[in-house]
Design a protein around this ligand. Structure first.
Ligand SMILES: Cc1ncc(COP(=O)(O)O)c(C=O)c1O
Length: 445
């Protein structure tokens, strides 16, 4: 079985040189994971500049969806490179039209009566979603969820609430955003019993927020992640989204599903929110759409995307190279990778749940498809967060050649390329077992 191979102390000598220069010249504002300096990557494997080989269980946070350098994706990119690199959004090309048509078709409702606005990143998809919601409804307010992450530009930051460091000293942000608790299935809002928690949350929105604070007829949209990503790979209460949809409909409020991390096959369905049979009005995607090239999109019901020429635009939207990569990425996801995500994801979850029996610190193991998180706690009764344990596990995995990253206050995430196979998952879980054991020993010293 192919395995990671770590030959030098980490980071190795060549990596250390680059890290030193990186610290000197690149903004320190980027959050950083383990000190891994990439040399090259292929499939689910990454080699660092010192020749160490790692198993990629992160895919650049759900970005390298088809694995590194998928030959069919690279082939499509090479074809476009002989034709053009950029086509101004003032003009037209076929690739972006084909891609928009595909995105309109996979939008989670019958028919293809959707339209697309192309972006270059997740935050830009959020900005477009918020702007369209205001434009269409002529309403100003938004309701977002605690623990959310929608991006870092001013609009998206205004609906983000996963960490105060994202917001500190950047205010004033865009006004008119109200936050309500996320329907966290592991830590239900208001400490309510799980079977009542969604109703209590909906009741809070309707009878506290709408009766006392913000008139519902002035609310443009709810913006929500189907599974919270940066907030900790948090899975929602199973009955929440249909109830939120009903509430939104009652007051003519739009529902924006931010699928930047969960969308496009990762959870075993095209869109995360489909797990709860809910049809959003607007969807934001980015990350995995083009296997690693910068691209994103906002997809909305055509009757909502009724803004006029000039109301919103950008320079690079629908870039032909990224569009070609995205078309092939979606093709591969549809042909085999979405099903692979579902099957291998279920197997992965099963192995992790078996491991959970051995480690009290693994408070919750959860996820859909290949979006899987472990929330670490000091003990399962109190559910007290245990971030030092989580941080150490990420490091111990890295030392053993497995790439992962933390998320939320005390969780570890796995978002591997969607091509990952059962044998890779077995290696990852075996090394996780070792990493957990080592972390316990280290922290009990
Ligand atoms: C759900 C969600 N929305 C938006 C974003 C922002 O994406 P980007 O970093 O491409 O701007 C992220 C990034 O992690 C995300 O997970």
């Amino acid at each position: 079985m192919e395995r990671p191979e770590i030959k030098t102390p980490l980071p190795g000598p060549k990596a250390q040189e680059i890290l030193k220069e990186h610290r000197r010249y690149i903004s320190h504002s980027y959050p950083k994971g383990p000190e891994l300096v990439f040399d090259r990557a292929e499939g689910v494997w990454v080699w660092d500049v010192d020749g160490n080989k790692f198993l990629d269980m992160l895919a650049g946070v759900a970005v390298n969806s088809t694995g590194h350098l998928h030959p069919e994706v690279v082939g499509e990119i090479q074809k476009v490179l002989k034709r053009f690199l950029h086509v101004s959004t003032d003009f037209y090309h076929e690739l972006e039209v084909r891609l928009a048509k595909k995105l309109a078709e996979i939008f989670p409702r019958e028919g293809d009566n959707q339209m697309v606005f192309f972006t270059n990143s997740g935050t830009e998809s959020t900005e477009a979603s918020l702007k369209l919601a205001r434009w269409h409804t002529k309403r100003q307010y938004f309701i977002a969820f605690e623990g959310s992450f929608h991006g870092r530009t001013f609009g998206s930051l205004s609906v983000t609430s996963s960490k105060t460091v994202h917001r500190a000293r950047f205010s004033p942000l865009v006004p008119g955003v109200f936050f309500v608790p996320y329907p966290n299935a592991y830590r239900p809002p208001f400490n309510a019993p799980p079977e009542r928690a969604s109703d209590e949350l909906i009741d809070y929105i309707e009878h506290v927020l709408f009766d006392r604070i913000v008139p519902p007829e002035e609310v443009a949209a709810f913006i929500v992640e189907p599974i919270q990503g940066e907030g900790g790979y948090v899975v929602p209460l199973p009955d929440f989204f249909p109830k939120l949809r009903a509430l939104a409909d009652k007051y003519g409020i739009l529902l924006i599903s931010d699928e930047v991390q969960a969308g496009l096959g990762r959870t075993g369905k095209w869109f995360g929110i489909e797990h709860w049979d809910t049809v959003p009005d607007i969807v934001g995607v980015a990350k995995g759409i083009a296997s690693g090239l910068p691209m994103g999109a906002m997809i909305a019901k055509a009757e909502i995307m009724d803004w006029p020429q000039g109301a919103h635009a950008n320079t690079f939207g629908g870039n032909p190279v990224a569009a070609a990569a995205a078309l092939k990425t979606l093709d591969l996801i549809e042909r085999e990778l979405m099903e692979n995500a579902r099957i291998v994801g279920e197997y992965f979850l099963k192995l992790l749940k078996e491991l959970q029996a051995k480690y009290e610190e693994m408070g919750d193991v959860r996820g859909k498809g290949l979006m899987i998180g472990i929330e670490f706690v000091k003990d399962r009764e109190s559910k007290e967060p245990y971030p030092e344990f989580r941080d150490r596990v990420v490091y111990e995995l890295f030392k053993r050649g497995v790439i992962t990253l933390g998320c939320g206050p005390t969780s570890l995430r796995f978002s591997p390329p969607l091509i990952v196979q059962r044998e890779h998952v077995e290696v990852a879980v075996e090394l996780l077992d070792e990493a957990l054991k080592a972390t316990r020993e280290e922290l009990s010293r």
